[in-house]
Write a protein that binds this ligand. Structure first.
Ligand SMILES: Cc1ncc(COP(=O)(O)O)c(C=O)c1O
Length: 387
């Protein structure tokens, strides 16, 4: 599972994870043999497909500590985030939304859209570790606040937010709370039971791509939320379209495995820590981003002074790494998250993201650290000669 091919060591697990082979096997029968449409109630294969969807829904609800009727399957977390934010806004009387400026673009995008259409938006800033200021958070929520949308953990710097405290404050003012839990689920133990709306994605938890969910407390019928897509009654009418049975089966199994394997996450954390210790000991002028006391295991965001991360990547072709959020991978603008924690343009371009996952070993961490040390020294030496 570790290598993309025999040569590449995959170290970009916050962008995507390999689909667990057990998950692939579980999905296979639903492509060819049990392919019927779960909305086809007129025949046995259709009814059987519906049963499969419902047992998967139960499995994933159990993994989340929720009820089956609270789960709506979507085509991924981008869609879940859009559905939560735009779907609530359609029926709302309140016209104010609170979020942070380090949210994923799939949260910030629909909120920007609402602002262009008359909503008031407060985008809270964070400190250099990516933490919210609680006093400013309390001040931001008022009687007109419809929704607060804050991620459980950041996909670039790994900082974890204190979601339970934030939910409590939002509820005291009558606002709903949406949490993009894409990165935290399966990496840290979380109690999401008080969150009103929760987004998850299959491909971040060793499941398939193109599947996600929006969990709604009490179920879609209990919440004033509309669909943002029309023309079918599936998923309580909230997400119309033929249900993708194999992906739903795979997603549910991956979620179950993620919970079962939470205890072994310490191994991935130890690999990341070994990598960081070696790097920091051997390379001067490097900075680790995120909250050192409360961040996701596995991820490391490192800023190298005076070096472009792209140059480092060119020196490390045997490693699959990222220079920022994978979702904005094609863009040449600095990451909005790194800007938000106070990094200048050059520092942002000098930042590398390394994300270890289930298939990695201590040896991967040591090899990468050694190669990075060597590359940084060579590039800095060359820069000295040229300048
Ligand atoms: C925090 C966060 N939210 C949402 C998404 C979007 O998820 P999906 O790829 O399922 O649309 C990502 C993916 O990078 C993410 O990291």
């Amino acid at each position: 599972m570790r290598s993309l091919n025999n040569k590449t060591v995959y170290l970009d697990h916050f962008a995507s994870t390999p689909c667990d082979e057990r998950v692939v096997h579980a999905m296979l029968p639903y492509f060819v043999e049990e392919f019927a449409n779960p909305s086809s109630f007129t025949h046995a294969p259709g009814i059987s497909a519906l049963r499969t969807v419902e047992s998967s829904r139960e499995k994933i609800a159990n993994a989340l500590g929720m009820k089956s009727r609270e789960i709506v399957f979507t085509g991924g977390a981008t869609e879940s985030n859009n559905l939560a934010i735009l779907g609530l806004a359609t029926k709302a009387i309140r016209r104010h939304i609170v979020t942070s400026n380090i949210e994923h673009k799939s949260v910030l995008g629909p909120i920007d859209h609402l602002e262009r259409n008359g909503f008031r938006v407060t985008r809270l800033t964070v400190n250099s570790k990516g933490e919210l200021d609680l006093d400013r958070y309390i001040e931001a929520i008022d009687d007109d606040t419809l929704l607060v949308s804050i991620q459980s953990a950041n996909n670039e710097i790994g900082t974890i937010q204190d979601i339970n405290t934030l939910v409590k404050i939002a509820h005291e003012r009558g606002a709903l709370f949406h949490c993009d839990a894409v990165q935290a689920f399966g990496k840290v133990r979380f109690d999401f039971s008080n969150v009103d709306l929760l987004s998850l994605s299959g491909h971040k938890i060793y499941g398939p791509k193109g599947i996600g969910l929006l969990a709604l407390k009490g179920g879609p019928d209990k919440m004033a939320i509309s669909s943002i897509c029309f023309g079918g009654g599936q998923e309580s009418g909230l997400r119309p379209g033929t249900l993708n049975v194999p992906l739903i089966v795979g997603f549910a199994y991956a979620a179950q495995l993620a919970i079962e394997q939470l205890d072994s996450i310490g191994t991935i954390e130890a690999i990341r820590d070994r990598f960081e210790r070696m790097l920091v000991a051997m390379v001067p002028d490097v900075k680790l981003n995120g909250n050192p006391l409360n961040r996701l295991p596995g991820g490391s965001s490192i800023t190298f002074d005076g070096i472009e991360a792209e140059s480092l990547l060119a020196n490390l072709p045997e490693f699959a790494l990222s220079t920022g959020s994978a979702c904005s991978g094609g863009a040449v603008t600095p990451s909005h998250v790194l800007e938000a924690i106070g990094l200048g343009r050059n520092e942002s371009f000098g930042t590398l993201r390394v994300c270890f996952g289930r298939g990695n070993s201590m040896e991967d961490a040591e090899r990468l650290a050694e190669k990075l040390v060597d590359s940084v020294h060579r590039i800095r030496k060359l820069n000295e000669i040229l300048n």
